[in-house]
Design a protein around this ligand. Structure first.
Ligand SMILES: Cc1cc2nc3c(=O)[nH]c(=O)nc-3n(C[C@H](O)[C@H](O)[C@H](O)COP(=O)(O)OP(=O)(O)OC[C@H]3O[C@@H](n4cnc5c(N)ncnc54)[C@H](O)[C@@H]3O)c2cc1C
Length: 155
């Protein structure tokens, strides 16, 4: 028995929503921007984009300047970038902020009914000691409680 993968600490879930193929799936962004250009020639482009997403995100993603100075082609390019925005995480915030451990004791080495080690009778492993990792949102708690419950009934 042993940890068959090195322990790593990850920030599961935090980045996942940002890796979408389409950040604005319900919007025709190019049509929206070109329509706003007709209506609000002197408006800041970033403020217009801020109608589609949180302001701070719009400030970071949209270029400076008023919308009336942008060619329709530029607005179409911006719209495509806004919809297909990908984030490549460059790191984590480290152990201090980590919420779940990836890795642990191989599930194949444990009884799924009692969590007892197959090779070491009387030894039980549960929760994060086992190589089971869920998304944040309660799955890890549930795993810890459920595996602890079956082990508790067995001892
Ligand atoms: C900040 C944070 C936020 C989280 N948020 C979520 C969430 O929203 N949803 C979710 O599903 N999961 C979340 N998790 C993960 C979740 O808390 C864990 O997966 C779960 O608590 C693991 O349970 P466990 O019993 O395996 O381990 P633990 O809860 O870590 O329990 C281990 C216990 O053993 C004790 N211990 C350690 N060494 C010894 C020793 N030598 N002798 C005696 N006792 C010892 C520790 O003090 C501790 O009480 C979060 C974790 C963190 C750190």
């Amino acid at each position: 028995m042993g940890a068959h993968r090195p322990f790593r600490y990850v920030l599961l879930g935090l980045f996942a929503p940002l890796l979408s193929d389409d950040l604005l799936p319900d919007r025709e962004v190019a049509t929206f921007l070109k329509g706003r250009k007709q209506l609000r020639l002197k408006a800041e482009l970033r403020n217009i984009v801020g109608d589609l997403m949180p302001d701070r995100l719009a400030q970071a993603l949209a270029p400076e300047g008023v919308i009336g100075e942008r060619r329709d082609k530029d607005l179409e390019t911006l719209a495509a970038e806004l919809k297909r925005w990908h984030v490549t995480p460059t790191g984590t915030e480290g152990y201090a902020k980590a919420e779940v451990t990836v890795g642990g004791i191989d599930t194949a080495e444990l009884s799924s009914k009692t969590m007892e080690a197959k090779k070491v009778p009387g030894l039980y492993a549960i929760g994060e000691a086992v190589d089971v990792t869920g998304w944040l949102g309660g799955y890890n708690f549930q795993w810890a409680w459920s595996s602890g419950w079956v082990a508790g009934r067995a001892v």
